[in-house]
Design a binder for this molecule. Structure first.
Ligand code: NAP
Length: 339
């Protein structure tokens, strides 16, 4: 329970959204600004939900297949449900994290992905403008082709795959319907996971820990793994600033600074857990079998965000240990690593 008392009890009735408000605390305590976090069951959305909740905001989070108590189940591709949700809740801010972000799935199920990444974004942006809510759209470094880094906020995007194109379309819909909106582009993310396969970073752990199986990991594509906790802090601070100063709008970049290939991430994980890395080898040629092309190096130049002095420092890549220890067999790591 948040100290803010920002608790809403939510019930979903098919075709109807019903928010039954105020359960634990006196009405007078529930005074913080209201934020709606979409994708609050996902990797980033969970961190964003927590960050706002811990900082005096009244938060409603939506999920879909994984929606659970205290989160609202809402299919964002259902326009009526989205409108009803916003009319009921009337948020001051919407942080739109929900998306289909697995490039190979987007390539195979394009229509469903476009529905969520583009059309649902478009509806949310229109509704945000209609109810004068600040709209923060989470986007990706995959809007760039990765041939000429680093990329500034004004550099021309040129996505290599359908996922990148759908997120770029989402950006354009956002800014077309809601000119005061903020777009935040971020690179590959890691953070607290429900299963290691939830993030492209933590999923490497399955290959790292199985030292009996030799495994080649990509050593071509340069990545900048960034912790969801840092992105969540940026989201909150950016929203707080933009609410005070409407000139803060448009595109911002945020990224950690450590440049690593997946091979280097694997080696770093093995070292952190003092495992052998002899079974890991660097793959120095792009696999022709990859369903969706990925940028080689889409490093983001974050100077526009830095000029706001939000004072957010990136957690080092070694903090991935924190995310992985629940999935290690040897629970002694808990003592060794953290105390
Ligand atoms: P994620 O873990 O895959 O979560 C996706 C979220 O979208 C889940 O909460 C999911 O809900 C929700 N969702 C899926 N279909 C929905 C629908 N029809 N209606 C409503 N909600 C639906 O994604 P993430 O990694 O947190 O990504 C968050 C944002 O960051 C995305 O915009 C993504 O493009 C961007 N991003 C991510 C990365 C990365 O490495 N992960 C990198 C760059 C940018 P259920 O699970 O409950 O169904």
């Amino acid at each position: 329970m948040s100290h803010s008392g920002a608790e809403l009890r939510i019930r979903f009735i098919p075709g109807k959204v019903q928010l039954v408000q105020r359960v634990f605390q006196e009405e007078a305590l529930v005074q913080g600004p209201r934020v709606l976090v979409t994708g609050a069951t996902g990797l980033l959305g969970r961190a964003v939900y927590k960050e706002f909740q811990n900082n005096g905001w009244v938060v409603v989070g939506t999920g879909y297949r994984r929606a659970r108590p205290r989160l609202l189940r809402c299919d964002l591709t259902d326009e009526d449900a989205v409108r009803e949700l916003l009319h009921e809740y009337k948020p001051d801010v919407i942080v739109h994290c929900a998306a289909e972000r697995r490039p190979d799935i987007v390539e195979r199920h394009t229509e469903a992905a476009i529905n969520l990444n583009v059309h649902a974004t478009s509806v949310l942006a229109k509704e945000a403008a209609a109810c004068s809510a600040l709209f923060l759209y989470i986007s990706t470094d995959y809007v760039f082709d990765g041939r000429n880094p680093p990329y500034g906020e004004d550099d021309a995007p040129s996505p290599l795959n359908v996922y990148g194109r759908s997120k770029l379309e989402g950006e354009r819909e956002t800014l077309r319907h809601c000119p005061g909106a903020v777009v935040l582009r971020v690179p590959i993310l890691f953070g607290e996971v429900e299963s290691v396969s939830e993030s492209a970073v933590t999923s490497l752990w399955l290959k790292v820990r199985d030292t009996s199986e030799s495994c080649a990991l990509d050593h071509c594509q340069q990545r900048f793994p960034t912790h969801t906790r840092d992105v969540a802090v940026v989201c909150r601070k950016l929203c707080e600033r933009a609410r005070q100063d409407p000139s803060i709008n448009g595109i911002f970049h945020f990224s950690a600074n450590e440049q690593m290939t997946k091979y280097e991430m694997g080696i770093a994980m093995a070292q952190a857990f003092r495992l052998s890395s002899a079974h890991l080898s660097p793959l120095t040629e792009q696999s022709a079998l990859t369903a969706a092309l990925r940028p080689m190096n889409s490093r983001l130049n974050c100077s526009r965000l830095e000029m706001l002095n939000l004072n957010v420092h990136s957690l080092p890549f070694t903090s991935v240990v924190d995310c992985l220890w629940p999935f290690t067999d040897d629970k002694r790591w808990r003592q060794t690593v953290f105390h």
